[in-house]
Ligand binder design. Structure first.
Ligand code: NAD
Length: 485
């Protein structure tokens, strides 16, 4: 680790070769919208990761000792830095992901919000608890619950939010008093390095390290840290869970989703069409909680579909840069484009109809926003995570069928219910197997750290956020008893 507290194993100039990821070999990062070189990184070796974690471990006690109020000052300084450098952060996000300006700006705004929330609430959330003795026997005891941070938390993140995905966990872990090693995706490694530079520029203690690399570097992180916070795909998450269990390292897995939306016949159909299009297509559908299947009660099916298709047809897609002219960008890479293309082609081959979109186009890895009908639960577009701009829509007979189909999935990340009847919305929400349900809204749960964000089923184990529990998860809990006199 450098003495600035960050591992800046990347350059953002045009250098290096296109191949390999072995230590000391520069790896290029390219904009998927244009093919332009965004920067290069060098993957960290196992030895470098181990050395960085050792340095973090040495720095952490002082970070813990300044307490939540001392840490608040540094987090708020970083918040100021993010505001001052918002354009550079948004530029870097766009350069490595190709996403639209508005989607990049949302990540920066989210970062500012997270820094403020955890900085301001940490002292309250980490305060010792003094439960009342609940039995006559314990009346003569004083009880305390104490939260002591893990020394080093390892955070491994995917590529869909180059800045936001790391921030969602890095900030609460730092606020809890842990030192953090962050390994972002090898697809989008550049923006976290800009943030790490910011941490160094404000002169903060050396308790944040960002390393570049793919699975091998991630595995080295897991071997060295005291808690693993992983966000990514189900197969990788499963491997990491097994490895953590073998090591007895505590962990939390935030994995994929296949979020259903249920449109009931009493819904405001304009709101439902707009909200579902947004929830399915924001970030070009590359969002763990994006809407990936829609169930509509038969009486309003035709009208809803007409509104949805009309709205989707109005959306603009292209290479945005700073123009703010587009609603959708490209997919992150060719592998992601291949998955989306396969899901649409397989559905069409099995009898589905494309009402709008349906094609890939270039240059760049673009796929049109696509509405599919005549789909069913035998098709990959309904059962597998697509992570792209597709909206498969099914007609259902009634509420009971909608709930049954919504729950017919290995995933359970989040869901939405669209209805004009508040109590019906609340009732249906409680019948859906998912970690979050939005009523008459989509994806809104992602913007509120005071509620938990986690998946049921194969969508993960554990939760991030949820107010106090969002900090306490990065702590070991200690119970202390003492005689009361
Ligand atoms: P991925 O599983 O391929 O990679 C995620 C991260 O794990 C990357 O940083 C990668 O380098 C690292 N990695 C890969 N193999 C590893 C190993 N053996 N040991 C340690 N680290 C390893 O996922 P992806 O394609 O980058 O991301 C897309 C997935 O992420 C989707 O399934 C999406 O739903 C999910 N996601 C979930 C959430 C959530 O909060 N639940 C949020 C965003 C994305």
């Amino acid at each position: 680790m450098t003495n600035t507290g960050t591992t800046t194993k990347a350059t953002t100039g045009a250098e290096g070769s296109a191949t390999a990821g072995s230590p000391n070999t520069p790896v290029e990062v390219r904009n998927p919208a244009s093919g332009e070189l965004a920067g290069t990184v060098v993957f960290a070796s196992r030895e470098e990761v181990a050395a960085d974690v050792a340095a973090l471990r040495a720095a952490q006690p002082a970070w813990e000792a300044i307490g939540p109020r001392g840490r608040k000052e540094w987090l708020l300084k970083l918040q100021d830095w993010v505001v001052d450098n918002a354009e550079e952060l948004a530029d870097t996000i766009q350069a490595e992901s190709g996403k639209t300006r508005i989607d990049a700006r949302v990540e920066v705004a989210f970062t500012v919000d997270q820094l403020g929330y955890w900085a301001r609430n940490a002292a309250k959330f980490l305060a010792e608890q003094h439960p009342a003795p609940h039995t006559p026997l314990m009346r003569v005891k004083r009880l305390a619950t104490v939260y002591k941070p893990y020394a080093v938390v390892g955070i491994i993140t995917p590529w869909n939010f180059p800045l936001g995905m790391g921030i969602a966990d890095v900030v609460p872990a730092l606020a809890a008093g842990a030192a953090v090693m962050h390994k972002p995706s090898e697809v989008t490694p550049l923006t976290p390095l800009v943030l790490a530079r910011g941490w160094a520029e404000i002169g903060a203690p050396p308790v944040l390290s960002v390393v570049s690399g793919a699975g091998e570097t991630g595995a080295a992180v897991i071997e060295n840290v005291d808690y693993v916070q992983f966000t990514g795909s189900v197969p990788t998450g499963r491997r990491i869970g097994v490895k953590c269990a073998e090591q007895m390292t505590p962990y939390s897995l935030e994995l994929g989703g296949k979020d259903p939306a249920i449109v009931l016949s009493d819904a405001d159909l304009d709101r439902a069409a707009y909200g579902i299009a947004y929830g399915a297509l924001v970030n070009t559908g590359q969002l763990c909680i994006s809407i990936e299947r829609v169930y509509v009660e038969a009486p309003v099916y035709d009208e809803f579909l007409a509104k949805l298709v009309a709205h989707v047809k109005e959306l603009r897609q292209g290479r945005d840069d700073r123009s703010n002219s587009f609603d959708l960008g490209p997919l992150a890479n060719q592998a992601q484009l291949d998955i989306v293309t396969r899901h649409v082609e397989e559905a069409v081959a099995a009898g589905a109809k494309v009402l709008t979109g349906g094609k890939a186009f270039g240059p760049g890895t673009f796929f049109e926003p696509t509405v599919l009908v005549d789909v069913d639960h035998t098709m990959s577009c309904i059962v597998e995570e697509t992570f792209g701009p597709t909206i498969p829509v099914m007609k259902v007979a009634d509420e009971a069928e909608a709930i049954r189909l919504a729950n017919d999935s290995i995933f359970g990340l989040s869901a939405s219910v669209w209805t004009g009847n508040r109590s019906r919305g609340q009732r249906v929400a409680r019948l859906i197997n998912a970690g979050a349900v939005n009523i008459n809204d989509s994806v809104i749960n992602l913007f509120n750290p005071s509620i938990p964000h986690g998946g049921w089923g194969q969508s993960g184990t554990g939760y991030r956020w949820g107010g106090a529990s969002g900090l306490r998860k990065y702590c070991r809990v200690q119970a202390i008893t003492a005689p009361s006199m």
